[in-house]
Design a protein around this ligand. Structure first.
Ligand SMILES: NC(=O)c1ccc[n+]([C@@H]2O[C@H](COP(=O)([O-])OP(=O)(O)OC[C@H]3O[C@@H](n4cnc5c(N)ncnc54)[C@H](O)[C@@H]3O)[C@@H](O)[C@H]2O)c1
Length: 271
């Protein structure tokens, strides 16, 4: 019988991570590689993918792909199969999240009543259609072979609504509103996860979601403290906080799990 520790190992497996060169994508790649997987780091910038793959080592390689373009994903799959001959894990991590860098326009453009259709459509295209397309192109290969694990990265905001009082400054003035498109897209990812898990249950492909909470990444001290106050564990996440959960979902350690949403949020959604 396989030992408990061995259940988490990914030796001999190939794992594709989309949005690989972003804040969390890098950590997903590192975690999978440390568990023994050969990692394919894919994102929009080819040089950044190659650079990350070289940093990771362990046979990792980079390949540019746009998750919204089916042909781009077909080229990615063909390249991966020609190099490794297999795909065992797909981490659908690429996403857009509105960032309001310009404080002078942030408040008006983020207000729901004025939220631009273009931003809504862009977010749904990458965050929902991207997950659909990657699963269709890469997951279909997995289903044909009869094995695989798909991990869709959702968010606490797919589970609960954004608390808009988080986005006030220390004087109580509003900086911006969290957008309607991001939570909507993540809610759709959760519904799609359940759909595909049920659809491919008999094909040997498991499909689960991982819902991270907010990650500390250069936000000001006031925001970080306010987020921590709303979180039972009292802090924002570090980018490394999702490594264990990701390897669990990617590996045989979660063999009897599909259609689930693993929430790793320091308790943010618990109260
Ligand atoms: N950072 C957080 O606080 C947080 C919290 C909860 C959930 N998440 C989720 O975790 C995942 C990663 O978040 P992050 O903070 O690392 O984001 P990030 O913005 O740092 O990285 C996202 C990556 O996706 C890539 N991408 C965007 N459009 C693409 C496309 N069309 N094709 C291919 N790649 C594309 C970007 O180039 C970028 O590298 C996302 O799904 C996000 O919603 C993040």
């Amino acid at each position: 019988m396989t030992s408990t520790t061995q259940l988490f190992l990914l030796e001999g497996r190939t794992a594709i991570v989309t949005g690989a060169t972003g804040l969390l994508g890098r950590e997903h790649c590192r975690a999978l590689a440390e568990a023994g997987a050969r990692v394919v780091a894919t994102d929009l910038d080819a040089a950044a993918c190659d650079h990350l793959a070289a940093e990771i080592g362990a046979g990792a390689f980079g390949h540019r792909a746009d998750v919204t373009i089916p042909e781009s994903l077909e080229i990615l799959l063909a390249a991966v199969l020609s190099i490794t001959g297999r795909v065992d894990v797909l981490v659908n991590n690429a996403a857009l999240n509105d960032r309001y860098e310009d404080p002078s326009t942030a408040l008006e453009s983020s207000r729901f009543e004025r939220y631009p259709l273009e931003l809504w459509e862009q977010a749904l295209k990458v965050n929902v259609t991207g997950v659909f397309l990657c699963s269709q192109v890469i997951g279909t290969h997995m289903a044909e072979v009869g094995r695989g694990s798909i991990v869709n990265i959702a968010s606490t905001y797919g589970v609960v609504a954004p608390d808009q009082s988080l986005y006030l400054d220390p004087e109580g003035r509003r900086r911006f509103y969290k957008s309607p498109s991001y939570p909507t897209s993540k809610g759709a990812v959760l519904a799609f996860t359940r759909f595909l898990a049920a659809y491919w249950g008999a094909s040997g492909v498991r499909v689960n979601a991982l819902s991270p909470g907010g990650v500390e990444n250069g936000q000001d001290d006031f925001f970080v403290a306010e987020y921590g106050r709303r979180t039972p564990l009292g802090r924002m996440a570090a980018p490394t906080d999702y490594r264990g959960a990701l390897v669990f979902l990617a590996s045989e350690a979660s063999a009897y799990m599909t259609g689930a949403n693993l929430i790793v949020d320091g308790g943010f959604t618990a109260w």
